[in-house]
Design a binder for this molecule. Structure first.
Ligand SMILES: [Fe+2]
Length: 386
């Protein structure tokens, strides 16, 4: 190892059954008097997740903003910020999947920057810590509870705006597995595959580093052991907790080591067809890895971590990719693009154009910023050729 790197993680991690009860203590610690819960209507009205949070806040002043949508939008962030300011809110508790956590991060940006969120996309946006943000994820996949990125949809211009700053990492992440039980089967599978993709892509990324490797390798091992368990028995709290921890580790890994071509194509599939992010990653993972294999001896590290004993890096990588395809089948997800019945072959050029402009592609281990490369990956993903 002879290279420079930075690894940054500012989020305090609290993990365990019913650990949502730690919220008041964390509010005390950060001297927060009036938090705003940022969430969505489904969690608020159709599950007991928000009432669990409200129970632990009993006797305190707080308000709830429950208008987050599956893709966080600029107008929703602006509204949440306006309501927070009007009500004297001094901290945020985000409860939900990636979009609630990202909405909360964007509100934190406005606490320093003011104005409209649309005016502030970019990196290194903040000069200091903003309002305390306690993230309480109810899915296990995005890693947003520890990441330094927020993605917000500009609904007027139909594009996604990216905000990145280490001060956007939440102050605290509370991983309470009891809050993930209400997650539908498909969301558990998709978000679990997003977490696996974060771990794998952070290892094959050109800006990998030994610390993110450690997070990612252990994360992969946990996901292989626990995702099938959770899908078989959704109330297996131990496996749920393990998945939350693995997703957090994947978030910490990729936020410091970046991702690659799998995410670049997955973002395009999401933008064009609305395919859920985790499912899009799952569809592309074996084929992105297969494309990278000739220039990625590091896959051997992953192979070893899940018990593949093969000393030749290329053979180890090949066996690993086969094992991943087997794993995706085992958890009941499609392994080819043609099975999706949404993706169209005639769109491959459009998908490729979008993918080569996606920032995720820059750190891919094999140069992929060419339409031909992406189309080759898509062709193989269509037929299932690894
Ligand atoms: Fe992702």
């Amino acid at each position: 190892m002879e290279k420079s790197f930075v690894f940054f993680l500012r989020t305090k991690i609290i993990s365990g059954k019913d650990m949502v009860r730690e919220i008041p203590l964390e509010l005390e610690r950060t001297k927060s008097k009036k938090p705003m819960i940022v969430t969505d209507k489904i969690l608020k009205e159709k599950t007991n997740v928000i009432s669990k949070v409200e129970e632990v806040l009993d006797g305190r002043e707080y308000i709830i903003f429950d208008e987050v949508k599956p893709d966080s939008e600029c107008s929703i962030v602006d509204k949440a910020y306006r309501i927070a300011k009007e009500n004297g809110v001094d901290s945020i508790i985000s409860v939900g999947g990636g979009s609630s956590i990202d909405t909360a991060k964007a509100v934190c940006i406005l606490y320093e920057k003011g104005g409209k969120i649309k005016d502030h996309p970019g990196v290194y946006l903040l000069s200091k810590e903003t309002v305390p943000h306690i993230a309480v994820p109810t899915t296990a996949g995005t890693g947003s509870e520890v990441s330094h990125v927020a993605v917000i949809k500009d609904e007027e211009e139909k594009r996604k705006l990216v905000y990145a700053d280490f001060y956007l990492m939440p102050s605290v992440a509370i991983l309470d597995p009891t809050l993930t039980i209400s997650m539908p089967h498909s969301v558990t599978a998709h978000t679990g595959m997003d977490a696996l993709t974060h771990c794998i892509e952070s290892i094959h990324s050109t800006v990998n580093n030994p610390v993110s490797d450690a997070f990612a390798l252990h994360g992969i091992k946990i996901i292989f052991e626990n995702l099938p368990r959770v899908l078989e028995n959704p109330s297996d709290i131990e496996a749920r907790q393990n998945m939350q921890v693995a997703a957090m580790m994947g978030g910490a890994a990729f936020t410091n080591a970046q991702v690659g071509v799998v995410h670049a194509i997955a973002h395009s599939l999401g933008a064009i067809y609305g395919i859920p992010h985790g499912l899009a990653n799952s569809l592309m993972l074996p084929y992105g890895m297969s494309f990278n294999l000739p220039e990625c001896p590091r896959y051997k590290l992953i192979a070893q971590s899940i018990g593949i004993n093969e000393s030749d890096p290329e053979k180890a990588g090949k066996k690993l990719i086969e094992k991943i395809v087997e794993f995706i089948k085992k958890i009941g997800l499609p392994t080819t693009l043609k099975e999706t019945k949404i993706v169209k072959k005639e769109d491959f050029k459009k998908i490729a154009e979008l993918s080569i402009g996606d920032p995720s592609i820059i750190s891919n281990p094999r140069f992929a910023i060419m339409e031909e490369a992406i189309i080759e990956i898509l062709e193989k993903a269509w037929d299932g050729i690894i």
